[in-house]
Design a protein around this ligand. Structure first.
Ligand SMILES: C[S@@+](CC[C@H](N)C(=O)[O-])C[C@H]1O[C@@H](n2cnc3c(N)ncnc32)[C@H](O)[C@@H]1O
Length: 292
């Protein structure tokens, strides 16, 4: 299978399971994702229901998958709060979600009523999402002004040309959201994507980027999950990790000024429940950068 023919992202499903498990359980009042569960297939909902009920399954393979969803619920709860609050603080007419996966913001954030949303993703993942949206019951209703699906393989395709073809206006301010994608790209692919997006970044634009910092414990945890047969992360290894200093230097190089950079553990501590999965939270960050 060539890079462009690869399968739909499994990690996108895992984070969607995490959001479905966290809905109504984590940070109520600051986090809600009632749409996530509707994008999951019946067999994917089983682990979500177990996590919500706090009833771990028998058997090590099922138990590993259960623990992945449970840990993911805590991480994506904090990550979603940090990102949603950043987006609400900076309403823009255009929102481009890079590596959108099963992101539900266009269907759950009423604040996007005057925003056109471009969902950019690998063609295989995007096909899968559109099939899930088509099968969802009840069908999610977009709250954003429009949603435009834009297939792009960051490893092979031109982001700029794809956005041009999809009607994105480079002269108008854009909020760029890059959540849960940077670690899956090489440093060169991260730079190429930044180059393409900053070439279409008008004054008044913002980039909200979630990235992973180097963490021997988090890397060992992913390796262990892989060895134990967690199929969600097995085919999608981390390819680039960045310290906050490296990320700030990178964004500055592309003309963006970092205005905040928060660790997810610190965000999780504001959510009311003492964090359990400290290693995963500790290595995730959300930075906000403004155009010059
Ligand atoms: C962990 S998922 C995150 C999805 C979503 N942003 C979220 O947080 O729910 C990673 C996403 O990155 C996308 N991705 C990874 N490598 C990519 C590439 N080379 N080109 C386009 N998308 C890619 C996958 O298709 C997938 O949707």
């Amino acid at each position: 299978m060539s890079e462009n023919e690869r399968a739909a992202s499994r990690t996108a499903v895992l984070v969607c399971q995490g959001r479905a498990a966290a809905d109504g359980r984590t940070a109520v009042g600051r986090f809600a994702d009632p749409v996530a569960v509707r994008l999951l297939r019946a067999e994917e909902r089983v682990r979500v229901d177990e996590v919500r009920a706090g009833t771990p399954p028998r058997g090590w393979q099922a138990r590993t998958a259960y623990e992945s969803v449970r840990a993911c619920a805590e991480v994506v709860g904090a990550r979603t709060v940090a990102i949603d609050e950043a987006l609400r603080a900076r309403p823009a007419g255009q929102l481009v979600i890079l590596g959108a996966g099963l992101d539900t913001r266009a269907w759950r954030l009423a604040e996007l009523a005057r925003t056109d949303v471009w969902e950019v993703d690998h063609p295989a993942s995007q096909r899968d999402k559109r099939a899930r949206l088509g099968a969802a019951e009840p069908a999610p209703v977009a709250l954003a002004r429009s949603v435009r699906f834009t297939p792009v393989d960051f490893a092979a395709d031109g982001l700029g040309a794809a956005l041009d073809a999809a009607g994105h206006d480079p002269a108008a301010p854009t909020t760029w959201l890059w959540e849960g994608v940077v670690p899956y790209l090489t440093r060169d692919q991260v730079r190429a994507t930044l180059r393409a997006l900053t070439a279409r970044t008008a004054p008044g634009s913002t980039l909200v980027v979630n990235y992973q910092t180097p963490s021997p414990k988090a890397t060992a945890g992913r390796l262990l999950a892989r060895l134990l047969g967690s199929s969600a992360t097995a085919g999608e290894p981390w390819l680039s990790l960045w310290t906050p200093r490296q990320m700030a230097a990178l964004l500055t190089e592309y003309g963006l000024r970092v205005t905040s950079d928060d660790g997810l553990l610190a965000v999780a501590r504001t959510l009311g429940t003492p964090p359990r999965h400290r290693t995963s939270l500790d290595s995730g960050r959300v930075a906000v950068a403004e155009s010059g």
